[in-house]
Design a protein around this ligand. Sequence first.
Ligand SMILES: CC(C)(COP(=O)(O)OP(=O)(O)OC[C@H]1O[C@@H](n2cnc3c(N)ncnc32)[C@H](O)[C@@H]1OP(=O)(O)O)[C@@H](O)C(=O)NCCC(=O)NCCS
Length: 229
Amino acid sequence: MAAEPPPTSDDREPLSLSPRTPPEVRVRRIHRRDLNRTWDFLKLCFRDVNRETVEYQRPRLKKRFLEVYEEEGVEQLLFETKIAKKDVIVGYAECAFEIVGSDNWMNQRYFSSRDMRPLYVEELAVHPELQGQGIGAFLLEQIEHLARVRGCTHLVLEVAENNDNALKFYRTRNFYKLDAAIFLAKKISSEAELLPPRRLKRAPPREVVEALEAASPSPARRKKPNGGA
Ligand SMILES: CC(C)(COP(=O)(O)OP(=O)(O)OC[C@H]1O[C@@H](n2cnc3c(N)ncnc32)[C@H](O)[C@@H]1OP(=O)(O)O)[C@@H](O)C(=O)NCCC(=O)NCCS
């Protein structure tokens, strides 16, 4: 479980912002009372990404998100700024020192056999309207700092190949590909399940036709019971 927040090292009141003063972003550990609005924030951040990606959708289930708060060894960090005297979430970072959750596909032995002690980055998200201003860099720097002070050797994360913005963000920050499942697809031509009628090589022999007709006379030739045509 995330501990209650210790007093921050910097307790200054934020600067009163003129429209020209870029706001200050602060990081703190999440509290229980932040969970619902953080969940809403994550849904907003991933809305457009989810539309374009086939891999599992982010954020995970809300139930799972709430469980993570109770887990040991997971850091959930909120990045906030003050706008009109209100704390506004502008970023969220979640990382774990161990592979957590029963739905995780990662192979711990891959890392231990290579002397890697990864910090698993589970989530990085910046408010969609504030992307491209260095908040993502702050999130990543904070996580890298945490990894260093806790003796981790690598940051490891999963990103969809077609999440172009995020991929560019990671690539320019020296992330390299470990190995990955790539989602491949092939278009199957759409056809009727059953083949069309096919003409035989010969007409059926006359005896066969007569025998079939005798067995079940066609309605037109069947006599009416009262002897009429
Ligand atoms: C990926 C993400 C965390 C980056 O945050 P950010 O605040 O935009 O990052 P920064 O401003 O520090 O850096 C911007 C860089 O990231 C890239 N970038 C990513 N998203 C961007 C956006 N929407 N607008 C502009 N640049 C973006 C740019 O290439 C830019 O490169 P530069 O540093 O060479 O200029 C953010 O785009 C995000 O939350 N995306 C949606 C959620 C997501 O996909 N998370 C990652 C899942 S693995």
